[in-house]
Design a protein around this ligand. Sequence first.
Ligand code: SF4
Ligand code: SF4
Length: 225
Amino acid sequence: MQDNAIRRYFHNIWMTVYTILIGMRTSAKYCFAKTVTVQYPDVAPTVQQRFRGFHFYEIEKCIACDQCAKACPVDCIYIDKTGPRKLDKETGLAQGGAMTRYAIDYAKCMFCGLCCDPCPTGCIHMGNVHDMSGYTRQDMIVEFTELAKQGLQTPQPLWMHKDRLPEWAQKRKQEWLQYAYSDDKLTGDNELRREKMLKALEPSGPVKKKKTSEDALTGPAEKQS
Ligand code: SF4
Ligand code: SF4
């Protein structure tokens, strides 16, 4: 009886030491493993090509058709316009009513990307910005129409508003601005993309009708008679 008690006593001691060793084995393995901590934001994070970050939105091509908002499973896209908008096939730009609001509530967004697929003009994309902070829930609503006034297509994290930034962040900011202040290769004209973005915030004339072969043959005078 006493032997059993002594055996159980030492067995418990052994089990305690053994289970601690099992736990420490995992810890010890990581002690000698290569460090993988990325010193963000001093060092740029590596995001994969198919990463779905905060959206990248090209307001100049948006026809405010609501397809993205309808596809969104959590109803976090808000769109307002003053009138119908249509894509002018000649210029590749949307015309018609003004875009008065295009906003996404990132407190609700789950970055599923379902809003991008149905877009008929391909103007909403999942971007590569992965962080955004704010002090209130309201701060989580990104007004893309306001960003367009600054020539931006994607929200900037708060810390990126600082003057002193790591080199990679400065480069990225520069790239965003270069995009806005560059000629639009799509239309081949010399107008800066930023100006086109601003135009989307104002109502414009009706979309020019493309000339049909019938127009070319008959001419406008003959058509009236
Ligand atoms: S990523 Fe998903 S949740 Fe976010 S706005 Fe698009 S459809 Fe909605
Ligand atoms: S982003 Fe695309 S789908 Fe959404 S309203 Fe604009 S054109 Fe329509």
